[in-house]
Design a protein around this ligand. Sequence first.
Ligand SMILES: Nc1nc2c(c(=O)[nH]1)N[C@H]1C(S)=C(S)[C@@H](COP(=O)(O)O)O[C@H]1N2
Ligand SMILES: [Mo]
Length: 163
Amino acid sequence: MNHDPLHPHSHESNPHPPSQDTSIVWSGAGVRTELTVDELRRLPSTSLMDCYIVSTGHGTSGPFTFSGPPIRAVVESQLGEIACSGWHLEVISADEFGTRIDAEEIMKQNIARPVILALSLNNRSLTRSEGLVRLIVPSETDDALRQVKWVARISFIGTEFVT
Ligand SMILES: Nc1nc2c(c(=O)[nH]1)N[C@H]1C(S)=C(S)[C@@H](COP(=O)(O)O)O[C@H]1N2
Ligand SMILES: [Mo]
């Protein structure tokens, strides 16, 4: 069976940054652009208090306060207003670890704890070894398989994004 990086079954967490390259490439709807940390910092930011990183092998760490733009704000910064279903994102790190997020999960209205692209940890910037830009999926508390460090690619997949 092929290994699917979006559905790791169990996983030994990579403790080290996989490369020196910190760029993040957005692709979708025929457009490929680089997202810079500065650009992400200018988007509206949400703080998620009491986050835990639950590791299969090494126990739980936290609580942490992660802050950064909701992933919805990132998508809308690239595509404008979008439909609430019919598409998904793949968020993949430089070490080919990643997760898929459905439109429904991204577009929920007034959600108290949205999925964010964290830039900060406890009110200071994330270091490169902590992930630099890290996906935080607050609903995932099993094994941290969706808490993607070193985000390198965000791909929008779907055609029905026009409202
Ligand atoms: N890019 C990337 N992100 C990752 C992983 C990884 O190997 N690569 N491992 C995941 C797993 S299984 C765990 S337990 C946590 C560990 O996070 P920590 O290093 O902050 O403790 O990162 C998650 N995010
Ligand atoms: Mo884990």
